[in-house]
Structure formats: C-alpha cells, structure tokens
Design a protein around this ligand. Structure first.
Ligand code: NDP
Ligand code: 2IT
Length: 444
C-alpha cells in the first residue's frame, strides 16, 4: 500500500483491537490503490478516509429473563456504515462471538456488496452476543422482543432495513417484526426475510445459496467448466449452505461433505440433503446425527477437517476465517480448482493470496454471496408496491443480478490490468459507485 497507507494507519490507530475489521479494511484498501492513482480528487475529498468510518455505531443493552427466572444481559449492535446509495441494509447476527469488530467488518463489506447488486441499498449490520443454542422458543422470543425494544428507534423502511444472518432466520425475523409492529403501529417493509404470510418474498430463503451457484456457474463457464459431475464440499449447514447444496445438486454436482460448528459429515455417495434440512432447519440438532441413518458416512470432530475432503469445488458457507492457509494448501493438493464464498470473509488473507497465486478460480463473498441481500432489496420493492411476485419471477431476477455482478467484476479486473483477479474486481467495482455517490452528495 502506498497512496492509501496513511488511511490504513489511521484506522489501525483508532481501532487497535478490532482484528476482523482491520482485516477487511486492509484487503479493500490494497485493492483500491489502483483507483486512488487515477482519482487524486477522491483522496483530496477524503472519500477513502470517510468510507472506512461508519456513519453511525449504536451499542445497547438487552435485558431479558430466562426460563429459570434468571436475569440475562446481552450487548446489541447496529452499525450504520454507509448510506450513499440507499438506506442502510444488512443482516443481524446472533452468536456468542459477536463483537463490535465483527459487526463493523460485516457492515464495511456489506457496503461494497450492496453496491455490486446494482440496487439502491447502503451498508449496515447488527446483532448481539446472544447465543441461540439450547434456548427454548420462549427464550428466543423474549430475547428478540427485547432486542427490538431498543433497535426500533434506529431503523425504518426508508432508513435502515435489517434482515437475517448467522443465528437469525425466519423464526427470529417473525418475532422481531411482531415487536416492531406493536411498538410503531405500522406494517412496513422494515425487515426482510419475513414470513410469506406477512410480506416476505418468495425465493428469499433460497437466495444466497442459489445466487452463489448462479455466480459460480457463470465463472466456471468462462473457463469451459460446469458443476456437472463435480465433487463439491460445502462448509456449514445453515441457510446459505443448505440452499447452495440444493442448487449444486440441481446443476449436476455432487455434494460430498457439509459441516456445523462441531464437526463434518463426509458421505462419498453424496449427502442426503432432505435429512440435513430435517436435522438443522426443523429439529435444530447436530450434523453428527446424520450418521444414525447413514452409518457408512464418516464424521470428523473438527469443523476445519472439511477442507481435507477431496473435491473439485469448495464453497465455504459457515463463518469468517474458517479457511486458513494450511487448509488452502490441502485443498489444492487434493485437486480443488475453484472456491466460491457463500460466507462473509471465510478465507484468511494468506489463503486468498495462495489461491490467487495458484490460479484457483476464487470468488470473494462480496460478489458471490450478494444474492441474499439483492433478493432482500426485491422484497423491499414488493413491500412498497404492496404486491408479491412469483417464485419464478424472483428467481429469474436473481439469476440476472448474479450474472451482471459476475460480468461487472470480471470486466473491472480486466480494466484495471489484473484480469482474473476477482478480489480487485469486486472491491473496485463495488467502491466506484459508492465513491461517485459520496462525491456527488458533498462533504457530509
Ligand atoms: P446460519 O446460522 O443459518 O448457519 C450458520 C452455519 O455455520 C451453521 O451450520 C453453523 O453451525 C456454522 N457456524 C457458525 N459459526 C461457526 C463457527 N464459528 N465455526 C464453525 N461453524 C460455524 O447462518 P447463514 O447460513 O445465514 O450464514 C452463513 C454465512 O453466510 C455467514 O458468514 C453469513 O454472514 C453469510 N451470509 C449470509 C447471508 C444470508 O442471507 N443468510 C447472505 C450473505 C452471506 P452450528 O449449526 O453448529 O451453529
Ligand atoms: O451478509 C449478508 O449479505 C446478509 N446477511 C443478508 C443481508 C440482507 O439484508 O438480506
């Protein structure tokens, strides 16, 4: 980094303990050197310094009472990162590992991702260190209600529109929406990922996983390849992983391994996805239980062991930094030639560099997993029209959006003299639209 070094140094100095946030910022600023070279006016107008600083960061206390009558206290966050191109938009994550650093890295990435969708949405993210595991339905509901009691004053259909992320799915969005409606006395599209009975969009549940596969399909085609007969490993077994697995199978690939935070299931015959859906979506159990029905499947007790499974294509769909350099080396030595990120920042910087050096087809999350938020924006459109589109219509639009993102990202990489480098392509293409919008709106 040369031109943007001082910008990065300031971020480091101001946020010394925020490892995830600094990691995300460093990667983007490294890519933006090529843009800074051609746009001295953006340096002068402080665009780079402004884009790394969230517009607003909200932290709050959530108090609730568990089933044993004990008072529980959690910390809530909403980081409204950038509203240059539209209302803040991004998910809520409920996981014990949530910190301000995690929410800031996600909000920062979201700004560029949302820009790439071509739709008018700014970037934001929120969540809590609340752990939904082993909680009763009533505890989840009470937590969501108390979370919304505070969040409601900061969001709105034209201001900030949250959705789901890790630990927040249809059930949680339902409870959050119910409380928002009760307090504000309005029925609006203030959250996306809602139930189909109250303003949700057909196709939103499937969108991130399907979108990832549509993106990869375009990418593979450019290199005369397809998913057909490919062995695929998919980390995670949550919303993104499950629908990625469904689409891979539909496109002729074979998903041989999936995981959760405790371990990996490897089924050489191809995983039984309906069983995984039953275990994870309905019963909320561990993936290890897969073995009860399929005793010949292999279970590894360490989630990272998924990268040791031989495959052609790897789709990390669980969490940040789940794929490190050692795993990248193993993947490539076993013949893996393509990696597509369903999760946000799942690959460590060293592993990303290793993939690029070895000419692996590597699709960064900002581009490849943008289908979820893009379909959320389609949900917002349907809500403001007071109308709902068919599954086919939403799915068709998603497909087109993912294709356009692929074209935009790969063309941008060529334009900036790094053909095939999807990291630079995604960061630069996402950035330019936001930078132009910020510049046009003056120094605010
Ligand atoms: P879910 O909560 O539905 O699923 C998360 C999955 O990842 C679970 O299988 C979970 O295991 C596993 N997991 C979570 N944390 C860890 C960890 N620390 N180590 C290992 N495994 C872990 O979340 P989503 O599927 O919605 O999200 C997955 C990823 O995709 C996240 O990075 C998210 O930010 C990203 N994403 C999500 C979008 C969406 O629309 N939902 C859109 C774009 C990106 P377990 O069951 O044991 O908890
Ligand atoms: O990371 C993401 O893009 C999401 N969790 C989806 C956000 C959204 O607003 O649909």
């Amino acid at each position: 980094m040369e031109l943007l070094k001082s910008v990065y140094e300031k971020v480091c100095k101001q946020n010394p303990h925020e490892g995830e946030f600094l990691q995300a910022v460093e990667e983007v600023l490294e890519s933006l050197e090529v843009v800074a070279k051609y746009h001295p006016e953006w340096i002068e107008n402080g665009i780079f310094e402004r884009i790394v600083e969230p517009e607003r960061q909200i932290m709050f206390r959530i108090t609730w009472v568990d089933d044993q009558g004990k008072v529980q206290v959690n910390r809530g966050y909403r980081v409204q990162f950038n509203s240059a191109i539209g209302p803040y938009k991004g998910g809520l994550r409920f996981h014990p590992s949530v910190t301000l650093s995690v929410i800031k890295f996600l909000g920062f990435e979201q700004t560029f991702k949302n820009s790439l969708t071509g739709l008018p949405i700014g970037g934001g993210k929120g969540g809590s260190d609340f752990d939904p595991k082993n909680k009763s339905n009533h505890e989840i509901m009470r937590f969501c209600q108390n979370f919304m009691l505070e969040l409601q004053r900061h969001i709105g259909e034209n201001t900030d529109v949250p959705a789901g992320d890790i630990g927040v799915g249809g059930r949680e969005i339902g409870y959050l929406y119910g409380m928002y409606k009760k307090i504000q006395n309005v029925n609006t599209g203030v959250l996306t990922g809602k139930g189909l009975e109250f303003g949700g969009s057909l196709g939103r549940k499937e969108a991130t996983g399907y979108g990832l596969c549509y993106f990869m399909d375009e990418y593979l085609k450019d290199y005369q390849k397809t998913f057909k007969n490919m062995s695929v490993v998919i980390s995670g077994s949550g919303n993104v992983a499950i629908y990625a697995a469904e689409k891979v199978t539909e496109l002729g690939g074979k998903v041989v391994a999936m995981s959760d935070s405790q371990g990996v299931i490897y089924d050489i015959n191809g995983v039984d996805l309906s069983l995984i859906k039953q275990l994870k979506e309905v019963e909320r159990k561990r993936i290890s239980e897969y073995k009860e029905k399929y005793p010949n499947a292999i279970y590894y007790e360490n989630s990272k062991d998924i990268w040791k499974v031989k495959c052609d294509i790897a789709l990390p769909c669980a969490t940040q930094n789940e794929l490190d350099l050692e795993s990248a080396v193993t993947l490539i030595s076993n013949g893996c030639f393509a990696v597509g990120e369903g999760a946000n920042m799942p690959t460590t910087p060293e592993a990303v560099k290793y993939f690029i050096k070895n000419n692996i087809l590597y699709a960064p999350g900002k581009a490849a997993n943008a289908g979820g938020v893009a379909t959320s924006a389609l949900e917002m459109t349907q809500n403001s029209q007071r109308f709902s589109w068919s599954f086919e219509e939403v799915n068709q639009r998603l497909k087109e959006i993912m294709k356009n993102i692929y074209i935009n990202v790969s063309k941008t990489a060529e334009e900036y003299n790094v053909p095939g480098n999807m990291v630079v392509g995604a960061n630069v293409a996402g950035f330019i639209k936001v930078a132009k919008a910020m510049d046009a709106q003056g120094i605010i």
